[in-house]
Structures are given as C-alpha cells and as structure tokens.
Design a protein around this ligand. Structure first.
Ligand SMILES: [Mg+2]
Ligand SMILES: [Zn+2]
Length: 193
C-alpha cells in the first residue's frame, strides 16, 4: 500500500560520525566524573551547523575503562547526558551515542577501528554510509571510516603534527581531510556537500 500523505517515504539519512575524547572534549584519560567534561571551543556551533545541513550526529567511542573497571556504563551514560547539556546553549545535540566497553585484548568487533557500532547505528537510524563522514583525532577513527566508505577527517591540533603524521604513516591510512580543530574539520566536511 502506498504511504499516506502523513507518512512520506523516508530516505536514508547521512550521518556525521564523531569520536568523543580528544575530538569533542579534551581527553582526560579514563574520565569518570561527568562534571569534569568540557567541550572544545567551536564544537557546539559546528554540530549545530551540521544539523542545519541535514546530518544526524552520531558519537562512536571506545570506552575500555568499563571493562577495565575504571568506571561503569552508568558513568559513561552520565558523561553523554552532560555533553548534550553542554551543547544545548548552542542549539546543538548528539543524536545518538554508541560505545565499546571492551579492552583491546578482548578482541571484540565493536572497538574502533572495528565497524560494528557504525553498522548498528546505521541500522537503528537508517543511515547511509556513502554520504556520511567521520571526524576523529586518531588513525583508528580514520581506519574505521575507510572500511565503511565514509569521508574521513582527522583533527590534528597545532603542535601535534609530527606525532600524528607518524601515526598516519604507521597505520597506512590517510584521511581525506586534516584540520587543526574539530570545527574546521566539520566546515570542510560540509563544504564537500
Ligand atoms: Mg579520540
Ligand atoms: Zn567492543
């Protein structure tokens, strides 16, 4: 039966996949307390702009501190709620969070550069990888993005160029975009249409 006027056939959406630590907020290493979370400058406006351009914003993050016992899944949920609270003044939000709770030695398929969480997000939110992008601060973000055919953007903060280039050379994956800040990376993603 054809959908009625109130149910237009929905097209797959495009996603801006974002890493969390070191990308949206300073990486405080196994952070447990939500009240210590801070956004990098420009993140709120950049995410608001991404929504204006029709992107769903999906955060995919490795949180091995859960399996290691440094914090709990509830702590991680509280941090994600706090991030959205911090984004509210910018009329921005993260539509969905997905995290891997495992340590690397567990060998799961959800820890980046594994792609299981991205696949789950795509299924849950009907996302299309070909028109989607990822912004992260590590080559594992770029590796995951490449496997999925995403546009990849790496944030390389000033002063980190050398160490990042070494990491890129080791991993053998080159991002499509390199930018010195998250907000600039997002602008360049949006500029690609
Ligand atoms: Mg990171
Ligand atoms: Zn995992």
């Amino acid at each position: 039966m054809a959908p009625g006027p109130s149910e237009p056939p929905s097209r797959p959406a495009r996603a801006l996949f974002v890493d969390r630590d070191g990308t949206l907020n300073p990486d405080l290493h196994y952070l447990r307390e939500a009240e210590r979370v801070e956004l990098y400058r420009g993140v709120g406006d950049a995410l608001s702009l991404a929504h204006d351009h029709g992107y769903q914003v999906v955060c995919v993050t490795n949180q091995s501190g859960i399996e290691r016992g440094f914090y709990t899944a509830a702590d991680v949920d509280a941090i994600h709620a706090r991030l959205n609270e911090l984004l509210r003044p910018y009329r921005a939000h993260i539509d969905a969070f997905y995290y891997c709770p495992h340590a690397p030695e567990t060998g799961c398929d959800c820890r980046k550069p594994g792609t299981a969480l991205f696949e789950r997000a795509a299924h849950d939110h009907r996302l299309e990888f070909a028109t989607s992008a990822i912004v992260g601060d590590r080559t594992l973000d770029v590796e995951a993005g490449k496997k999925l055919g995403l546009l990849t953007a790496l944030v390389v903060p000033p002063g980190h160029e050398e160490s990042v280039q070494a990491e890129v050379a080791r991993a053998g994956v080159r991002p499509s975009i390199e930018a010195s800040r998250f907000s600039l990376a997002v602008l360049r993603v949006l500029a690609r249409g």
